[in-house]
Structures are given as C-alpha cells and as structure tokens.
Design a protein around this ligand. Sequence first.
Ligand code: FRU
Length: 475
Amino acid sequence: IDSLEDYRPAYHFSPKNGWMNDPNGLVYLDGTYHLFFQHNPDSNVWGPMHWGHATSTDLVHWEEQEIALFPDSLGTIFSGSAVIDKDNTAGFGANALVAIYTNHSHEIEDQKTGLHQTQSIAYSLDQGKTWTKYEGNPVLPNPGIWDFRDPKVIWHNETQQWIMTLATKQSITFYASKNLKSWERLSEFGEGIGAHGGVWECPDLLRFSTAEGEKWVLLVSINPGGPNTGSATQYFVGDFDGKTFASAHNDIRWMDYGPDNYAGVTFSNTGDRKLLIGWMSNWEYANDVPASTWRSGNTIVRELGLSKEGDKWLLTSTPASEIDKVSEVTTKSKSVELTNEADLSDAIASFGNTFDASFTLKKATGFHVTLTNEEGETLVFGYDAAKQQYFIDRSKAGDANFSDKFIHRPVAPRLVQGDDLDIRFLLDHNSIELFADGGKSNMSTLFFTKKPFTKLQIAADEANTLDAFQVKAIR
Ligand code: FRU
C-alpha cells in the first residue's frame, strides 16, 4: 500500500479522523438514515467517548456530520439508541428525535464508586444536528451494577409503553416507561442460558412475524467469549410478552461467526424491516490494527430475517437490497465445470477489492476460493466438507502479526443440510463479509494486504459445477 489511508473502506462507513467503535442511535427519519457511533475524535485509539454522526439516503454512501453528543458532567457518552417520539410522550415535541444512551463516569477520579454507568436522554428537533440533554438526567440511575449500559429502546404497542433492553453484567434487564423519563424494572434474562465467556453488551430486541405467528429475537453482543475468540454477537429466538423474554432454545447461536462484527444493532423507524449495522472489529486487537489517523469501519447494512431449519428458527442476515441499487453487474451468470482450479480473475481484476460476488455450487463438496495480489499475498476462504465448516484464512493476507490475538483462520459451522452451497462475499479494501446458505452462516473478517487482489481462483475437492457466478462493482 502507498499509505495506511489505502485501508480505508470505500463503501462502508469509517470516520474521517479518530477512533470509532459501536454503531449507536440508528434511526430513519424523513428519508435519511442516521448513524451515530462511539467516537474518540482526538485519537485513533479508544478514549473519552462521544457520539459521532453520519447520514445516508441510500444505506451505502455515508456523509459524516458534526459530533452529536459530547461528554458532560455525568460522564462520557457510551452506546445507546434513538427513537422518534411520534406522540410526544416525553414532551420534547412531536416527532422529536430522542437519544437514550449511557453516561460513563469511571474516568472521573472522584466517582470511582462502581455506580459509574447510568442512562440518560437527549433530544433533537432538527434532524440530529443539534441536541439538548434532558435536565433530569440520568433517567435511570445505577442500582449497584458495575456493567449497566447500552440501552436499546422500542415502542411496545400492546402495552402502550417504551421498552428498554439493557445490558446488565452478564444478563439483560428490561425496563418500561410511558415517557422515556421514568423507568420501571420489568424482568431479567440470561442466567444459565447462552454464552457467558464475557460481559454482555449492546442488546437489541426484535419482533418478527412468521407463518407460525410472532417471534422475538434478542441480540446480545458478548466480549470476550465469541466463537472465534474475543467479541461476537449471539442471538436468542423466543417470545416477549411486554414484560419477560423467554428463549425457545438452549443452544448457543451466533449472528456472525467471524471475528470482526461486533455490537451490531438495528435501525428504529423502518417498519417491519430489520436493518443492522455492526462494528467491523474485535476488542482483542481493535486498538492495534494498522491505522493512520482514523481506526475502524462498519459492516455493510444487513437485513435480518428468520428462517426455519427443521424445528429451529435461525436468524439470517444478508446485505440490505439497497446495495444492489448502487452496484453494477459486471459478470453475470457464468457457469463453470470445476474439475481443476478455475481461474476467474477477469471478473475482479480491475475492481481494487471493492466488489460483491456470488455463486452456487451444485454439490456441497469442499471448495476454496483464493484471492491473490501482485505481492503474492493471499486470502483463502471456503468450505471444509469433512468438518462441515466454512473458513476464512487470513494468515497470508498481508500484515497478520501486529497482534497475537489476530486469529488467523476463523471458522463457522454449516447449519443447513442442503446439497448445494450458496455463497456471497463482499470485499472492501481490508475486509471480507461472507454470507453462506442464505445468510445463515456468516463471517466478517478484516485483513491488511499491501495491494488489492487481482486474481480469483476457485477449486473444489471433487468435480462440481459452479453456477450463477456473478460479480458486481460497487460505486
Ligand atoms: C461495546 C462497548 C459498549 C460500551 C461502548 C464503549 O463495544 O463496550 O458496551 O457502551 O463499547 O465505547
């Protein structure tokens, strides 16, 4: 690479300067999608948190705006959510944009009480440009829980109240409010269920309608304790009755098995669509990845769905269809008999690692895709049929030794039995997002090669047919 700036993603959001982690306050308002984010504007490592702000009208191109929320006397500004208060329940005005976030005061010397995380609110009447913090903050004081953060608020129509889903140590606690200002504790979920390798963070509660009626999904990011070490997001499918969440299963499930998709949450005010953005990094090494004046990008916006496999409801995530509107099909429906390695370099050679590719394989045999650049660096991903696992091998994809925590070959189980494989992968300078089997086994993974890939080769372990190979250039 000529400069570390070359790692900057082209069609994923990254901050112009400074550090970014979790997406916050995702909300749709009057034709614009708002992305707020954990931001340290003064340094490229984590530090005093602000809410940065970016906007988009197409969910792919983002424009950075002025910082929305600055630290105050109650602390720095940790993760949280935003809602449109259509009925003016809080009294800030009809359709006020209200942010619900965690104030974190641990850095403030005289407040090392263990009660350093509280929930506060702020509102904006001008599309998120300027914000007023509520004078009665915090709206939810700390009851004595060290990790007490990341409020995600939704409107629950049946009970005519707001529901807050809050991460409380290694559980989720639900609260209710009529006005966003005073909150009542409802219930707690998480003991004896799910992955507990680390603290629970950034939850989200989603309602789906299915052929079998209503299902609820609870997303819970955990760190550490992910399937490929470090940070990852698990999910539970179950029921929520306005008060209590009950999981319909005991097994542990992951929204994305890759090491680099964390703290993902969905937009509010998008009707039935569940559109999620994750932070494309991992706390194990996030502060150490090669970087210049900025650090970290987000995942592509994903649409979440539920799909039934046997008697299990699985969460699916696939790139939001908006990406198709800004991409141009450059190779269409190519079909290749895979006896030896097939060379498909023509399809990607000129796209500088910014494309969206997909194909199917007629049989679920093992396969691998090798991407190579002029420096001979390779990124390899594929399917190991004996282990029924997808994998991404980034050990030879450029700088992979800046941290011994940078896991080299993450894997994901295949969760379906079908005979054919369907694969989609999106590249953007220093990341690959792999979606297999309709978004049931996913892996998001960073890498740090010196040059873009110019070669694409695909080989199968046994004779197979590659079909519907398609590449789209993303502009
Ligand atoms: C998750 C997290 C949140 C917290 C924020 C601080 O990545 O640890 O729990 O609010 O980051 O930046």
